[in-house]
Design a protein around this ligand. Structure first.
Ligand code: 4NP
Length: 172
């Protein structure tokens, strides 16, 4: 029935462009990985997403992702080499529909920068939102080894699959 289709159209995230920002501390390990994986899934699944990433800190502005993150993602079929780090800006709250932080520390830092309820509602802990696990975080692999980078890849990849499904399903 046309009426119910219209209802589904109006209320499904699928038909609306979703602007998604991933945030970590340095924007060279976890959030560019999430950005690259989402870009990869967007291509494969033809998803109406605009995707970006940023860091709460400005240590690595203009840099490519960490070489270990690039190498591990490449091994898993995801190319991150074109991405460049930038710092989160308060104006990002108005530019994006969803702001997904990699851990609680990033979450709390951004929460302090919000200026209204609408901005606060856009802010989510990535793993908690995607997987439903209360308080789950993506661990920082920066001081870790190759195994830690692989663990982070698998964690972010599987959560990203769930995120795509969640944003694609009806919000009714
Ligand atoms: P990220 O990892 O937040 O996942 O990009 C880090 C990268 C760099 C630093 C810390 C964490 N750093 O201290 O330079």
């Amino acid at each position: 029935m046309a009426g119910s289709n219209y209802h589904a159209f109006k209320h499904s995230y699928f038909y609306t462009m979703q602007k998604i920002l991933f945030v970590c501390l340095g924007n060279i390990c976890r959030s560019p990985l999430a950005e690259g994986i989402l870009l990869h899934l967007k291509e494969k699944q033809h998803l109406p997403f605009e995707i970006d990433s940023a860091g709460t800190a400005g240590y690595h502005i203009g840099e490519a992702p960490d070489p270990r993150t690039i190498a591990n993602a490449r091994k898993n079929g995801v190319d991150l080499s074109a991405l460049r780090a930038r710092q989160f800006q308060a104006s990002d709250f108005d530019k994006f529909d969803w702001i997904f932080t990699m851990d609680k520390s990033n979450y709390n830092n951004l929460l302090k920068l919000t200026s209204n309820k609408e901005q606060q509602q856009k802010l989510k802990l990535f793993l908690e939102f995607a997987t439903g696990q209360n308080g789950a975080e993506v661990p920082d692999p920066y001081y870790g080894n190759e195994k830690d980078f692989e663990k982070v890849f698998q964690l972010v990849y599987s959560a990203s699959l769930q995120l795509c499904e969640k944003l694609n399903s009806s919000s009714d």
